[in-house]
Write a protein that binds this ligand. Structure first.
Ligand SMILES: [Cu+2]
Length: 414
């Protein structure tokens, strides 16, 4: 989870890929006792966090409990220096994220009353905890008080790396898991690979639940129309987050905030009578067709119309330099003009105005692509407007690159 200001900043500065390359040594693989955990009570209310100002290092289990009336998350970052609350607040207000050394992860969506255990590995150092969701009045939860620095001491927690019942790997635009869930208390290891992504667990109540969830993810604005049970926040590639949750029969879905709209979700059902029986993972249907985009000597070759249905969008870079592209699904009724207008507002520093009228429903980053490299994303094309933005030269700042000429419309047609 990131709010749009976070996302836009990352888009504009081009740091989305480059600043997330750190990995963390995993814990010891020696004999592990399942009950050897170190618990830190983390309570979220509207709008503050309560947790100790100092905690030990190593494997730490955050027992996140939402005691408020709104949905909350607790994104954890290791900071480069010892920030006071006021300094952190100033950094966040000025959209300056240069304090981030490591994106650790932490508890994802928890709607009121929900509680779960989220375990991460913390090295000694300075950390901050932030909730970036949005209140109804448009202010971020951190602006209203949900941000605080804390310290991780050299004192070891003594906890072992948790043992997982199931493992979910988050790769760019897709997730995979080793097996499905049984009932009862299950520990799920979320492996972050290649891209900082988050994943949130939802109880599916009826056919509209997923749609409501995706709409909520689009603005992250209070109140959440669906019940979020637990979740994990974005973490640097190479890291693992463990979630311990008590599953009862029912229908569930894990959904990615960033890429849920592109189909990155994992739905499963635990039926009555299936208790403690392991169910097979859901099969993903393969794409029906390919949409090819080539950036070659003659420029960008792309189709202006794309047929609806499950497709694989492939982009190839036949130039000699490295480039990145962004692909947008626009909101209903929005066009290229709206995106151009919105980017101009951001570049003029009119963040609040720009954030108030974000024309896209979701975006994915394609690349960075070196010379002769290609990448792809699988998604279901709808009868709506899409935009391919690029090429963006990573050696230049986005401001230097920006021109309406890098905006290319692609329309989904029946
Ligand atoms: Cu919050």
């Amino acid at each position: 989870m990131k709010n749009f200001r976070f996302l836009i900043l990352l888009l504009l500065t081009g740091t989305f890929s480059s600043s997330f390359s750190q990995t963390v040594k995993s814990g010891s693989k020696a004999f592990e006792k399942p009950d050897s955990i170190y618990v830190v009570d983390l309570k979220a209310v509207d709008y503050a966090f309560a947790m100790p100002a100092e905690i030990p290092s190593g494997w730490i289990t955050f027992r996140m409990e939402n005691m408020g009336k709104q949905n909350h998350v607790a994104m954890i970052y290791r900071s480069k220096s010892d920030l006071s609350r006021e300094e952190l607040r100033n950094k966040l207000d000025s959209v300056n994220f240069d304090f981030i050394e490591t994106t650790v992860g932490g508890p994802g969506f928890h709607t009121p009353g929900n509680k779960s255990d989220i375990t991460v590995h913390l090295d000694p150092g300075n950390y901050v905890i932030i909730c970036g969701l949005q209140a109804e009045n448009g202010k971020s939860h951190y602006e209203l008080g949900m941000q605080m620095p804390f310290k991780v001491t050299k004192n070891p927690s003594g906890a072992a790396k948790p043992e997982a019942d199931t493992k979910i790997t988050l790769e760019k635009y897709k997730s995979s898991r080793t097996k499905t869930f049984a009932t009862g208390e299950q520990t799920v290891e979320i492996v972050h690979e290649g891209y900082p992504m988050d994943f949130h667990l939802l109880r599916v109540k009826d056919s509209t639940t997923i749609k409501k969830a995706l709409n909520y993810m689009n603005g992250l604005k209070d109140p959440s129309p669906v019940e979020w049970l637990t979740g994990v926040e974005q973490a640097d590639p190479g890291r693992s987050t463990f979630v311990t949750y008590n599953f009862t029969p029912g229908e569930y879905a894990w959904i990615s905030h960033e890429f849920g709209m592109w189909g990155m979700m994992d739905r499963f059902q635990i039926r009555k009578g299936d208790e403690n029986k392991e169910l097979p993972p859901v099969k993903q249907t393969p794409p029906e067709r390919e949409i090819k985009i080539t950036f070659g000597k003659k420029g960008l070759d792309y189709p202006e119309e794309i047929p609806t249905g499950k497709s694989r969008l492939i982009i190839e870079n036949k130039q000699t330099d490295e480039y990145v592209f962004h692909y947008f699904l626009l909101k209903e009724g929005k066009t290229e003009k709206d995106l151009i207008h919105n980017y101009n507002l951001f570049l003029q520093g009119k963040f609040e105005e720009a954030e108030a009228e974000i024309p896209w429903a979701s975006t994915v980053e394609l690349g960075p692509l070196g010379s002769m490299e290609e990448t792809h994303v699988d998604f279901k094309v709808e009868a709506r407007n899409y935009i391919l933005m690029g090429p963006i030269d990573l050696k230049q700042s986005f401001k230097e690159q920006w021109s309406p000429e890098i905006i290319h419309g692609m329309k989904g047609v029946e």
